[in-house]
Design a protein around this ligand. Structure first.
Ligand code: NIG
Ligand code: FE
Length: 423
């Protein structure tokens, strides 16, 4: 009997964007298939979606169900923000002005600022303080309709502080109605105390491979390992060594690849079968061809390029036209993307990356989930998927990227649990 389990029906949507399809990354032309339907609702039992059908069919099938009135607004899957650095201390607004005055991002790092200044800051704060700061930030992301968030470490840069950050991320998972995925980014930079002594670089890489990764794995603190592979930070050879070691401990590879300069990182990502290659604003044609032919998701972070003011964006159209799978994420971090309003990423996807509205929706749901190994779990309104959904105060899915900078999410649910709902 369908009604034996308590059921909730989401009814009276003006439009429903399901993003339904195969439980894997959508590539090339598939990215335009976002499953936009009128008059469809969703039935939820416990943490899962049990039906997607017309309102009448759902009412007949589940006569005793509770109802959520979508109020002639848009019903959609919860967003998957598959790339954030949300655990940090304070803001870094002084660098924004420095860059505006002509000092490049990498030069600020060379002077001991940038990532290094967030490292000093994080090391000086206690766990509870970092937890509270991050809960508030994740809350703002969630308020934009994000139900799954990847969070990286990377501002600790000692074994102790990286483990501490990852343990905070584990605690954060219990603090809110969000699904969190942790990534170990111990290879975010060479810490200054290593950088400034002979042999220090190799010593830090050794420490990551022989101490940090095994301990992260032993405590099951992360699913992924990531490396900032960029000229001036980690080389392609170093990244290969780091990610190979990490994989030996069960941590799946991800890469910050070809963000500011092409260094061949996208080629490495495709070669080692990374779950995703992220950034790619400076990717070369060979990297594009390799990524498009691989299962690695190309995760683009247009807010970062906008905020850095580089005047450059990743070649999303070329990647899609070559048959690649593109995801969009916020890159939320204190240096290059202090962005907590996720729908703006969709705006930039259309206006800066020249993606269609359907493509940006797929990139921010199904393909974000695929970049986290969750493509059969979340990112779609489809039977068997987790009940991760959101109502947005628009009538058409194309309006969410259009009303840029607005807060339009009227409510969201993760695993069927209400995150925040405004009538
Ligand atoms: O994705 N590129 C490396 N990591 C971050 C920036 C980190 C920072 O500046 O604090 C990024 O852009
Ligand atoms: Fe990043």
């Amino acid at each position: 009997m369908a009604d034996a389990v308590p059921t909730t029906l989401f009814l009276n949507a003006a439009q429903t964007i399901t993003c339904a399809g195969p439980g894997r990354a959508r590539r090339g032309a598939e990215m335009a298939e976002a499953g936009v339907v009128a008059g469809a609702g969703v039935a939820v039992q416990g943490e899962r979606i049990v039906a997607v059908a017309t309102d009448d069919t759902l009412r007949r099938s589940y006569p005793n169900a509770a109802e959520v009135d979508c109020g002639r607004r848009l019903l959609a899957p919860g967003f998957v923000d598959s790339h954030t650095h949300a655990v940090f201390g304070g803001a870094r607004f002084a660098e924004q002005e420095l860059r505006a005055s002509g000092v490049p991002y990498m030069e600020i790092a060379r002077r001991g600022g940038g990532i290094h200044s967030s490292v000093r800051d994080l090391r000086a704060r206690n766990d509870d303080e970092l937890l509270d700061l991050t809960v508030a930030r994740l809350g703002r992301l969630a308020a934009g309709g994000v139900t799954t968030i990847e969070v990286k470490s990377g501002y600790g840069l000692t074994v102790h502080d990286e483990l501490r950050t990852l343990r905070i991320i584990r605690r954060l998972a219990g603090e809110g109605p969000w699904r969190l995925v942790a990534t170990c980014l111990g290879a975010h930079e060479i810490p200054l105390e290593y950088r400034d002594r002979p042999g220090g670089r190799e010593a830090w890489i050794d420490t990551l491979c022989t101490e940090l990764y095994p301990q992260v794995a032993a405590e099951r603190l992360a699913a992924f390992a990531d490396v900032f592979c960029e000229p001036g930070v980690f080389t392609v050879d170093e990244a290969r060594r780091l990610l190979t070691a990490a994989r030996g401990y069960g941590l799946l590879p991800k890469l910050h690849a070809d963000e500011l300069h092409d260094g061949g990182a996208a080629l490495l990502a495709a070669d080692i079968g990374a779950a995703s290659a992220d950034h790619l604003a400076a990717i070369a044609p060979a990297g594009m061809t390799a990524l498009a032919a691989s299962d690695t998701v190309a995760t683009l972070l247009p807010a970062t390029m906008l905020f850095l003011g580089t005047g450059r964006q990743a070649p999303a159209r070329q990647l899609i036209e070559a048959g690649g799978a593109v995801a969009l994420a916020s890159d939320f971090n204190p240096g290059t993307s202090p962005l907590q309003s996720f729908p703006l990423v969709l705006t930039l996807g259309v206006s800066q990356l020249r993606m269609s509205a359907a493509e940006v929706w797929i990139a921010a749901t199904v393909n974000g989930a695929a970049a986290l190994g969750l493509a059969t779990i979340t990112g779609q309104l489809a039977v068997g998927y987790r009940a991760d959904l959101a109502i947005h105060d628009v009538e058409d899915y194309r309006e969410l990227p259009y009303w840029f900078g607005e807060r339009l999410c009227a409510g969201s649910w993760m695993d069927g649990r209400a995150c925040h709902v405004t009538p």
